[in-house]
Design a protein around this ligand. Structure first.
Ligand SMILES: Nc1ccn([C@H]2C[C@H](O)[C@@H](COP(=O)(O)O)O2)c(=O)n1
Ligand SMILES: [Zn+2]
Length: 161
């Protein structure tokens, strides 16, 4: 019998893991996930956007407008930073799969941690100045940037059978 031919490619697999991780996010507007792999294609870090330890998902604000201190922005830890902080070994020469293009703050952490390749899916925030700065930071450090185009339109997980 021949092998299956509809199995996930490595890119689909790791981006799928990043999306699955993002599904843990409590952010009602934007769920971001990240998955870091080493050169041997082993997962060494995962994360999603959420409040820091000790800050309650139910008590802290998830809003986007109004007084800065009453929005999520000063408090939320981005998916990429969480994946870096959750990593189980050195990130030198590693690759990060991320559902959304990293912001400038995450770009700094990506560069400083030794990640050499960023594979992203969505450029939702591409017009933000922080995204423009992020591209500069990553390019200056020689980090490869790839916009992943998924051939599969969806990945289905069926818990029924
Ligand atoms: N690369 C990114 C970009 C954004 N985030 C997080 C930060 C917020 O929780 C949310 C963005 O909120 P929006 O302004 O779209 O309502 O996504 C991230 O973790 N990583
Ligand atoms: Zn960020």
């Amino acid at each position: 019998m021949p092998k299956r031919d509809d199995y996930l490619s490595w890119d689909e697999y790791f981006m799928g893991v990043a999306f699955l991780s993002g599904m843990r996010s409590k952010d009602p507007s934007t769920q971001v996930g990240a998955c870091i792999i080493d050169k041997e294609k082993k997962i060494i870090g995962m994360g999603y956007n959420g409040f820091p330890l000790g800050s309650s998902d139910d008590e802290m604000p998830w809003g986007k407008t109004g007084d800065f201190l009453d929005t999520k922005y000063p408090y939320v830890v981005h998916a990429e930073l969480n994946a870096i902080l959750n990593s189980i070994k050195s990130l030198k020469e590693s690759t990060i799969y991320v559902t959304h293009f990293p912001c400038n703050e995450c770009a700094k952490a990506i560069v400083q941690s030794g990640i050499k390749k960023v594979i992203y899916f969505s450029d939702k925030h591409k017009n933000l100045e922080s995204t423009v700065a992020s591209r500069t930071i990553l390019k200056n450090a020689g980090v490869e940037i790839v916009n992943l185009k998924m051939e599969k339109k969806k990945i289905v997980i069926n818990f029924k059978d």
